[in-house]
Ligand binder design. Structure first.
Ligand code: UT7
Length: 329
């Protein structure tokens, strides 16, 4: 029997508190004009101090479960994509499992930075196609505000907090994930280009790592920018080819939301019309692996895409990792 991983529910959640570019002008030497012109970002949402990634992920998961109409006990596996887990262990996926009472599910975290949602879809698709599982919850949840250096203007203006979730279920109809592609380059993407150097086994927390501000995101933006444009366009074309489709077959293109200049450059390379490219980086900033699923959920709930429509997701981030997914609703 041929099986497909159908997308039967999506959900998203962002914390209420908004931090505008004007708020940032009060915190570091920056300007609303610089941030808008260089990134397209206008505002981002920031979690309160007592909120962790699982708290956002649970809300997104509940919304996805509700849309799909399943009982949480039907979920067989939970994959949580995050670079801001609540703690090293237990995994954020296990925390979510307990809070949504999905007690029949296995649970693990997946670390592929901004490409994590598409990576998780890749894993879920393989497990559903193979017959290993029938119902999988994928959650992408990030509280980047917790690992951003609020004194570093080159990074702190870029990121925000959000979560998205998707329910994938076995279908005999050819719908859901039509193709997926994942890639990585650990040579070009070492931690000095984009990463969070300390807090793991290489540099456990010491007074020195704290003094040297090594527990915060470091990024050499221009290098990341150039590679991002190239590999996101590549991932899009490979995912399309695997699905036997052309860019013109796509109803909605949802690229990783890091920077409108990157999004437009990728769109131009793919010759996808601007009106078919989803952009919400202005409202949320870069929320790492949550960006594409937050956008997809919003597009579905707004009726911008519906049954039968084909959507292309591509993302890129630390590692480097990048990935593309073609979904038919
Ligand atoms: O999700 C993971 C993937 N991440 C990305 O995709 C991010 C990729 N990179 C980018 O989006 C862009 O490189 C940035 C938005 C991070 C930076 O834009 P840029 O056009 O590459 O600027 P730049 O780094 O070349 O900096 C230009 C100038 C510099 O000043 P000088 O050296 O020309 O005097 C910076 O010091 O802008 C300065 N600058 C700022 N000025 C005001 C850097 N950050 C700021 C700031 N406000 N926040």
């Amino acid at each position: 029997m041929k099986r497909y991983a159908a997308l039967t529910g999506t959900g998203a959640f962002v914390p209420e508190r908004v931090l505008t570019n004007f708020d940032l002008e009060e915190m570091v030497d920056t300007s609303d004009e610089w941030i808008r012109r260089r990134t397209g970002i206008v505002e981002r949402h920031i979690a309160d101090d007592d909120i962790a990634s699982s708290d956002l992920g649970i809300e997104a998961a509940r919304a996805a479960i509700k849309m799909s109409g399943i009982d949480p006990l039907e979920i067989e596996l939970i994959i949580a994509s995050t670079i801001t887990p609540d703690m090293f262990f237990p995994s954020t996926a296990c925390v979510i499992q307990s809070r949504i009472e999905a007690m029949n599910a296995g649970a693990f975290d997946l670390a592929a930075a901004c490409a994590g949602f598409s990576y998780a879809l890749h894993v879920a698709d393989g497990l559903i196609r193979s017959g290993a599982h029938r119902t999988i919850l994928v959650v992408a949840t990030e509280t980047l505000s917790k690992i951003v250096d609020w004194t570093d203007r080159t990074t702190c203006v870029l990121f925000g907090d959000a979560a998205g979730a998707a329910i994938l279920q076995t279908s005999e109809e050819p719908r859901g994930i039509l193709s997926s592609y994942v890639a990585a380059d650990g040579v070009a993407g070492d931690a000095s280009v984009l990463g969070l150097p300390a807090g793991g086994s290489r540099f456990p927390a010491t007074q020195e790592t704290i003094q040297n501000r090594m527990h915060f995101i470091k990024m050499r933006g221009q290098e990341v920018f150039k590679i991002g444009v190239r590999v996101m366009a590549e991932a899009a074309l490979i995912a399309l080819e695997k699905a036997g489709l052309q860019p013109s077959d796509i109803d909605l293109f949802i690229p990783h939301q890091a920077n409108t200049r990157i999004i437009e450059a990728v769109g131009d390379r793919l010759t996808i019309a601007h009106e078919r490219i989803y952009i919400n980086v202005d409202k949320y900033g870069n929320t790492s692996s949550a960006t594409t699923i937050v956008a997809l959920d919003a597009a579905i709930r707004a009726g911008q895409v519906g049954e039968g429509d084909k959507i292309l997701l591509v993302s890129f981030g630390g590692g480097f990792t990048w990935a593309g997914t073609v979904i038919q609703l």
